[in-house]
Design a protein around this ligand. Structure first.
Ligand code: FMN
Length: 166
């Protein structure tokens, strides 16, 4: 398996999740964890698992992640397993019913990331997932890094490739 984890981050939380996902995938093969600001098209060569993560900004991925996804060649992810994740605010702390309903309607960044990866020809390896930060700048809520590791291990486990052949 050759995996690429692309992420954006403003306050460092999404980077931490991306690194944890990268470490969880590492036993399965070669893994690169790359900030979207440093991403180059040639890094996609030979990749068979692409994971993309973004902070949720206004229910969407950051502009840098959206631009990167948009720049992928049409059907460029054919034969690539893909997964999207985000970090997001702690909705259990929101007391306004209006905001809760609005956010429930508008959602979070992981869904559009996953949809865009699929649109570019990728095969969704695992459903989009979000990891919660306590305040806008973090830290991550307790247990979220562990949950990210479990999520990543599920991607690896669902590859359908026998252990010895990975
Ligand atoms: C401009 C801006 C918009 C945001 N919009 C949302 C939002 O719509 N929904 C949400 O759950 N969190 C929102 N947040 C909180 C971010 O998701 C949080 O800052 C991010 O997960 C932290 O990731 P980072 O440390 O990698 O930057 C927003 C934060 C910023 C700075």
């Amino acid at each position: 398996m050759q995996a690429l984890v692309i992420y954006d981050t403003k306050f460092g939380n999404t980077e931490k999740v991306a690194q944890a996902i990268g470490e969880a995938l590492a036993p399965q093969g070669q893994v690169a964890v790359v900030n979207v600001a440093d991403a180059r098209p040639e890094q996609l060569a030979g990749v068979d698992l692409l994971v993309v993560g973004s902070p949720t900004w206004g229910s969407r991925p950051t502009p840098a992640i959206s631009k990167w996804l948009k720049g992928l060649p049409a059907k460029g992810l054919k034969g690539v397993r893909v997964a999207g994740f985000d970090t997001r605010g702690d909705m259990s702390q929101v007391t306004s019913r209006f905001v809760t309903v609005l956010v429930g309607f508008l959602g979070f960044a992981a869904d559009p990331i996953s949809a865009r990866l699929e649109k570019k020809g990728g095969t969704v390896a695992i459903g989009p997932e979000g990891f919660v930060v306590v305040d806008r700048e973090g830290p991550l809520k307790e247990g979220e890094l562990e949950r990210a590791v479990e999520w990543a291990k599920r991607i690896a486990g669902e590859s359908g490739v026998p252990e010895g052949a990975r």
